[in-house]
Design a protein around this ligand. Sequence first.
Ligand code: SF4
Length: 230
Amino acid sequence: ETLDELDHAVTTCRACPRLVAWREQVAVEKRAAFRDQTYWGRPVPGFGPADARIAIVGLAPAAHGANRTGRMFTGDRSGDFLYAALHAAGLASQPTSTHIGDGLTLYGVRITAPVRCAPPENKPTPAERDNCRHWLVRELALLRPTLRCVVVLGAFGWQALLPALASWQVPVPRPKFAHGAVVRLPAVDGGPDLTLLGCYHVSQQNTFTGKLTVGMLADILTTAKDHAGL
Ligand code: SF4
């Protein structure tokens, strides 16, 4: 299986009835500002090169963001914040991400999520999170030869990611999420370590209130680059 094959396969998944219904309902009803657009309305694959050294793991696609555009963190305020920071850090070719085909390229970074379909109120159920885990496990396995660092946006992503790290030793009890948390995981087979970095999610709830500032995200990305050798 190649990353391209995986990215295509995930877009056909219908394993969670509630999320399939929701993503498709949102795609039909639309937000008024986007009523002339065709929504993606399907699972959203990861975005970024197959030889990424950093992965950014969020939560799930936003109903009118990635569920509309078909690309992670593309077309909403969370993405505006994230891509501006990636560009400032030299990890993205441009500071905005509006639609597939906008020319955006990521350098050494792959953006993905533990749940690939937009959930109502941004809240997947534990069963939906567990259903979706195998997609992330497979993606991480394909990225593994180059992957050195994962930036995890928020506690949900952190808790969903830890059981998906099949190639690395996760301590028991599992490390807790915190903004600024740094956890170094040895590989199960003696290969290169993986460093997890905790970061508050780039949601408007955090960025509008100042819980997560531009400077805080820039610091995390600088640390990620150091750990990834970028
Ligand atoms: Fe499939 Fe994941 Fe979407 Fe569930 S959330 S339908 S497992 S892609």
